[in-house]
Design a protein around this ligand. Sequence first.
Ligand code: TXA
Ligand code: MG
Length: 316
Amino acid sequence: MQTRLLVPDDQGLAEASALLARGELVAMPTETVYGLAGDARDGRAVARIYEAKGRPSFNPLIVHLPDLGAAERIAVLDDAARDLADAFWPGALTLVLPLRPGSGIAPLVTAGLDTVAIRVPAHPVAQALLRRFGGPLAAPSANPSGRISATTAAHVADPVTGLGGRIAAVLDAGACPVGVESTIIGWQDGRPVLLRPGGLPAEAIAAALGGPVATPRLDPAAPNAPGQLTSHYAPRASLRLNATAARPGELLIGFGPVAGEMSLSEGADLAEAAARLFELLHQADAQGRPIAVAPVPETGLGAAINDRLRRAAAPR
Ligand code: TXA
Ligand code: MG
């Protein structure tokens, strides 16, 4: 299969929408990372997503929708969920909610769970595609399973480290502004819990809820801790964390005062570091040398950055 790069103008969006209607897969830009989109009502299209990513099929997918009204037709929102949706949608927040009976979402999307992960992306191209297509789009990050997430169309289209040759098309809108995946909130015992740190800092969510967001109780029976596979977002080379200097042969990625061959952010700006994280990991990985990364503070977007770095460094 030849993967086509589409310009996200009227013609490109019409083409992408027609491909999706035929059950094909299209990678779409979102403000966080590129997503590999398929019709969430079409079990065969969803199966193709798992196949293209080489993803273990027990890992459920996020359903992307244009607005809160569309979300209410697929999931059940309580007051806290609606408060979060009002405060942060469209944006880098995913809510794991009870699935509404008769939603029409293919069971493969939720991996048979009675909950569904929903996100309303803010990226204008994702919004335009959702409105043009007129249906829910299941979209995991557009990278082979376990590998570095894609923040440019070139990452997605790469035949070796990406999905080139395995999907119909990529809508090319340049680099994703946030650069790390959405923050995922679920509910346990009626209380919101942080399932995955991400592009919306947990501090902002706590402020909207008027109290801290709890850490989830681990339930080995339910795949509710995203990226429960500890090794994830992994470059092919090894990765060493909290490095203040390169060891012989290593490529050091700097941050703030720790200078490297490249830097996440020379000015120690966490938003810039998040936006550059996966691009720099892709660049470093292409050199085939062991990678070392400077320490990054754990506050704000730093929580998501460190979460991704720890998984990238985990033993495989
Ligand atoms: O920013 C993002 O969230 C990107 C863009 C494309 O929207 N998407 C993304 O999708 O990161 P993915 O599939 O790579 O990560 C989705 C995570 C998975 O780790 C999965 O475990 C969790 O969401 N998830 C999905 N449905 C769930 C459910 N019903 N219960 C618990 N976790 C769920
Ligand atoms: Mg992913």
